[in-house]
Design a binder for this molecule. Structure first.
Ligand code: SF4
Ligand code: SF4
Length: 320
């Protein structure tokens, strides 16, 4: 831990989104941090996975080399060439991420995901919408990626937000050292916590890491902070966990815990174009969206299973 005052600490974020109503109670400002401890095959924010700033290229915005070519003039690694349509071709394997081409691109066809920001500057953005928070019970949510990967910055931001009386929430994958999550719990009003599967092998295959730390951390979080509102969320992914067996196992794990909500999120492909911009392949290419009927069926199933012990006030399944 550094001696820098909390409000001067800096982190790398890739977006600050205002007026969100899906990422914590009320109307919120979401700060999306770079870096993640997992690599979910369906990730809709692939630009969050690297901790460092990173180049992205959207050919639809390129003016063509004939009209522009600023980027090719500055690239020190010949990572940019010209395609048959006159537009730039980016070779991600040759690129060393020096990022200078993005500085000269007039249309942001070449663009950088990630920028540095201080706790104070991030919270100034959040405070612009204070009036909406007080009316709706909202505040700030740290998301990602995994916001607790940048632990020093995120903890400083949560502490400073609480000092300023801003309601705090994080969206976490739970795959972080317990000591960090334990510290975060001291400054949080609520937590949105992903559990994707109870099957360790399946989890490792699709998510890139085992679920053991994630499940242990949730148990410890609820033992340490029983009054902290935790909403457990499961993205329902076709071919991975879109069955009553898989969802039922998760519900059985969480429903005895105090002050717990549960939510299913439907798989969508909205993040898939960003994989192309990063020079990556979309891991779930060919996977169709979940039908409304199947999603609804799983939600109703989760709801009735969640209420099997009768404590319907504290145990609820929420949805869009
Ligand atoms: S970021 Fe990559 S493509 Fe851009 S100038 Fe540097 S090496 Fe070339
Ligand atoms: S600088 Fe941007 S717009 Fe110009 S050629 Fe390069 S990618 Fe295209």
């Amino acid at each position: 831990m550094s001696n820098t005052p909390d409000k001067l600490k800096k982190g790398i974020v890739f977006n600050i989104q205002k007026f969100s109503v899906h990422d914590g109670p009320g109307i919120r400002t979401i700060i999306f941090l770079k870096g993640c401890s997992l690599q979910c095959a369906w990730c809709s924010n692939p630009e969050s996975q690297w901790l460092a700033k990173q180049l992205a290229y959207n050919p639809n915005k390129c003016l063509t080399e004939k009209a522009c070519k600023h980027c090719r003039d500055v690239c020190p690694h010949q990572a940019l060439s010209v395609g048959d349509d006159g537009k730039i071709l980016w070779d991600a394997s040759t690129c060393d991420q020096c990022l200078i081409c993005a500085d000269v691109c007039p249309t942001h066809a070449l663009n950088v995901y990630g920028y540095e920001i201080s706790v104070d500057d991030a919270l100034k953005r959040v405070e612009e919408d204070e009036a909406f928070y007080s009316r709706s019970g909202g505040g700030v949510t740290l998301s990602g990626g995994e916001p607790l990967i940048q632990a020093d910055f995120s903890l400083a931001l949560l502490r400073e937000a609480r000092k300023r009386r801003i309601d705090t929430c994080i969206e976490t994958c739970g795959s972080v050292p317990w000591e960090v999550l334990e510290q975060a719990g001291r400054y949080l009003n609520s937590v949105y916590y992903d559990i994707k599967s109870m099957d360790k092998t399946h989890h490792t295959k699709y998510v890139g890491a085992s679920n053991e730390l994630i499940l242990d951390n949730l148990v410890k979080l609820k033992q340490t902070y029983p009054d902290l509102l935790v909403r457990v969320r499961t993205p329902v992914i076709p071919g991975f966990n879109d069955s009553k067996g898989a969802i039922g196992d998760i519900v059985d794990f969480v429903r005895e815990m105090p002050n717990i909500e549960y939510e299913l999120l439907a798989y969508h492909r909205m993040g898939s174009p960003k994989y192309g911009y990063l020079g990556w392949e979309y891991p779930l290419e060919g996977t169709e969206n979940l039908s409304d009927k199947k999603f609804d069926e799983l939600r109703r199933f989760a709801d009735s299973r969640m209420k099997q012990n009768g404590e319907t006030q504290r145990l609820k399944v929420v949805g869009e």
